[in-house]
Design a protein around this ligand. Structure first.
Ligand code: ADP
Ligand code: ZN
Length: 740
């Protein structure tokens, strides 16, 4: 008797055993979606294992049936899911859940079918016309047969469009057996009306050729070293390397997955994959409807496409002959999922490559310390491209001490004279400028000068940000929005002061200083719709905008040859976030923003305004010296055993009552302490840097060390199966990307 261990569609960590009835012999495999009796009803689940003996002594129930569509997760993906569940300390059900899009899992979305009609028996049909000609009652039916005889076949839509055709006439003919109906699957194509200009392979530069050779060697020997860190400066031709690697994989019949951090923000990159490979590419982005998502998944599942480009979840595309996984901008923290399972797509990609013998390329201009360390220690292959292609030179970086050199008119202190002059210079030459500030809103804080009252979110421990355009105060943590105060709600005074600048204020100032210029702001407030994002980019590309002001949103993969100046305001702002990665993030951001300058024939200039011109991170960023910066910051990490020197697991506790949360965190610590073997460094339970979000108090314990495997399984056990009081939530964030 064979037995299937099934994980049921509930948030459960436990597998349940079922008999495989004779009727399903040979059909139940690992990864197959099945319907099983559960309690008093039926549930869907996935087969995780096929075993010979069950540990459960009771009589096992039979699997009821296999679900429609025969959804089946490829076995290597089931293994990957199991690994995620262990490594990220989440339930198996949660891990399995991430392997399939909801549209597929639910079984509710179906293939869209269209009915097609044709004549079933020509002789009989012609006889029908002759016998019934002139009879009024048969006029409609004759019309249908004639139409089908002349066209061979018509879709329901076309047929019903013919004059005088009724549904009853069609069904009448069906009953007579004169015409036949066939249902055909139509695939929804979200990109059907996007125009694509085909592109061809470019002759590799010397640097590209070296890297490609290494990649081809890896593709030919996938069981050797199979992961490469491709460290290439902005514009060094990384994307072209990806394209040629995919082409190589295709030649041997292998499939490829390309992960990009935020697909809505990288339309240009995505388009390049379609341009090279056309219909062989499936693009998964967050704006797909459930139906489209289902179709894209099925195309992969049915082997109709060979390449998938998408954000995080594209990693689980059900390819069965995977050759290559590319993780573009591998350092991006958005690859880490913030909800359970809190997996890091880059790391899971490396694991999937390992399980399926596929080559993994991690690309970045500012590699994560984890990946760079792995490349230096030889765990990964290192590919380096340090020259920009097509002779465009690196931009000139200038630092301006933000504490001096303010311009007088209107007392705008955050535009230095040097920056103002540089912008005027570009305006006179008809060149474009990008101004970057990583904070949206108008002012960071609203304060009463009279009584000292500061407007704070009642549910989170942060102050409200003031948005002038909407005359509102909003909490950037929970999204709460209230009307801005005209006078202090505490003392009634009108002496309200706004401090700390955001993009709205920069926009207002730019409009005041550069009166003639066309200024546009781009951040998540002004770009509520993704279409407005594309709109602004198109206007900018056409040259209808002189100055583009924005947040991170403008830092990503954009390519505008006419941008010759990038101004960075408050470049040091992100340095003071209490997180061991704050320097790394600042370096990445500055490099990325600077990369927007001078991509055309004219060389670019970057003006970095900071109150900390002598800060090492800023200096190395300005010199564009990643290696020096890496060595500098690694010293700190070595001393404190922070990643990549050691691993890090943050355990979070949340709840509406401070005492209960703090008490539970301490109890938890005492239970786990015996598992903290030598080499594990523990930061005792303490309030998180942001103590409260959405009305919930937050505590944290941080574990660091080089070998955390045993600790991890103890944590997993305690979190998933230990007693947790009501109202308290506890979870582990393994390899946490943020310690806020
Ligand atoms: P990255 O991804 O590193 O920023 P890209 O692959 O986007 O770099 O390349 C930058 C620009 O250089 C693109 O316009 C691309 O078409 C062009 N390019 C890349 N490789 C070559 C090559 N071998 N020959 C000519 N142009 C190239
Ligand atoms: Zn809030």
């Amino acid at each position: 008797m064979r037995i299937a261990r099934v994980i049921v569609d509930l948030s459960l960590d436990k597998g349940f055993d079922y008999n495989i009835p004779d009727s399903l012999t040979g059909k139940v495999h690992v990864g197959v979606q099945v319907k099983v009796p559960f309690g008093k009803s039926f549930r869907r689940g996935y087969v995780l294992n096929i075993i010979d003996h069950s540990e459960y002594p009771e009589a096992l129930k039979d699997i009821h049936s296999i679900c429609e569509h025969h959804t089946r997760i490829p076995e290597p993906l089931v293994r990957l899911g199991r690994w995620m569940s262990e490594y990220y300390c989440c339930s198996r059900e949660q891990a399995v859940r991430t392997l399939l899009p909801r549209a597929v899992r639910s079984g509710k979305v179906k293939h869209r079918t269209l009915k097609h009609y044709s004549v079933a028996d020509t002789a009989e049909a012609e006889k029908f016309i002759i016998e019934n000609s002139g009879k009024k009652r048969a006029a409609g039916q004759i019309l249908i047969i004639k139409a089908l005889l002349s066209c061979k076949e018509l879709s329901q839509e076309k047929l019903m469009g013919e004059a005088g055709v009724t549904a009853s006439a069609v069904s009448g003919l069906m009953k007579k057996g004169l015409i036949a109906e066939e249902k055909r699957v139509v695939r929804r194509d979200a990109y059907a009306d996007v125009e694509i200009i085909h592109s061809t392979t470019l002759e590799p530069t010397a640097e590209q050729a070296v890297v490609l050779k290494k990649i081809y060697t890896m593709l030919d020997n996938p069981d050797g070293k199979n992961t490469m860190l491709l460290y290439g400066v902005t514009n060094s031709g990384k994307t072209e390397v990806y394209l040629q690697s995919i082409a190589r994989a295709l030649e041997t019949g292998k499939e490829s997955i390309v992960l990009v951090p935020e697909i809505a923000l990288t339309p240009q990159t995505v388009r390049r994959f379609r341009a090279r490979f056309g219909d062989m590419v499936s693009v998964l982005h967050s704006r797909l409807t459930e139906g489209e998502r289902f179709d894209e998944w099925s195309k992969v599942n049915d082997g109709l496409v060979k390449i998938v480009v998408g954000a995080r979840s594209a990693l689980f595309a059900p390819f069965r002959n995977l050759g290559l996984i590319i993780v573009d901008e591998e350092h991006e923290s958005s690859y880490k999922q913030s909800e359970s399972p809190r997996y890091h797509a880059r790391d899971v990609a490396v694991m999937r490559g390992h399980i399926e013998n596929a080559v993994v390329i991690l690309g970045s201009a500012t590699p994560s310390f984890e990946s760079f360390n792995n490349a230096l220690t030889g765990k990964y292959e290192l590919g380096e491209m340090l020259q920009r292609v097509q002779d465009c030179v690196m931009p000139v970086m200038n630092v301006v001490d933000g504490r001096i050199g303010a311009v007088e008119p209107g007392k705008v202190t955050f535009f230095s004279k040097i920056l103002v002059d540089a912008v005027f210079d570009r305006l006179s030459k008809g060149e474009q400028t990008i101004i970057f500030l990583n904070r949206r809103g108008y002012a960071r804080q609203m304060m009463c000068e009279h009584c000292g009252f500061v407007a704070e979110c009642p549910d989170c421990s942060v102050s409200y940000t003031y948005h002038r355009q909407r005359e509102s105060l909003s909490c950037h943590l929970c999204g709460d929005v209230i009307k801005a105060f005209a006078r202090c709600p505490e003392c009634g005074a009108e002496d309200i002061r706004y401090s700390g600048i955001g993009t709205e204020k920069v926009e207002a100032a730019a409009m005041m200083i550069f009166k003639e210029a066309r200024v546009v702001r781009m951040d998540s407030d002004s770009m509520r719709k993704t279409s407005s994002y594309e709109d602004v980019l198109n206007r900018f590309r056409r040259g209808d905008v002189d100055i583009l002001i924005g947040t991170q949103m403008i830092a990503k993969g954009l390519h505008f040859p006419n941008v010759t100046l990038v101004g960075i305001i408050n470049a040091d702002q992100s340095l003071y976030i209490p997180d061991f990665r704050s320097c790394e993030r600042t370096f990445q951001l500055l490099t990325q923003v600077a990369g927007r300058a001078g991509r055309g024939d004219v060389s670019g200039e970057v003006i970095v305004q900071t109150c900390n011109p002598f800060n090492e991170t800023i200096m190395y960023a300005v010199q564009q010296d990643f290696r020096k910066f890496y060595e500098y910051d690694m010293e700190v990490r070595k001393v404190l055993s922070y990643p990549p020197v050691g691993h890090l697991i943050a355990v979070h506790f949340r709840g509406p009552e401070l005492d209960a949360v703090s008490r539970f965190a301490s109890e938890f610590m005492e239970k786990i302490r015996p598992c903290c073997h030598e080499g594990v460094i523990v930061t005792e339970p303490a309030p998180a840097p942001v103590e409260r979000i959405k009305g919930k108090y937050r505590y944290m314990i941080i574990f660091r060390g080089s070998k955390l495997k045993n600790l991890r399984s103890a944590l997993r056990e305690l979190i998933l199966h230990g007693p947790v009081p009501q109202n308290i939530e506890v979870y582990a964030d393994v390899d946490a990307q943020s310690l806020m």
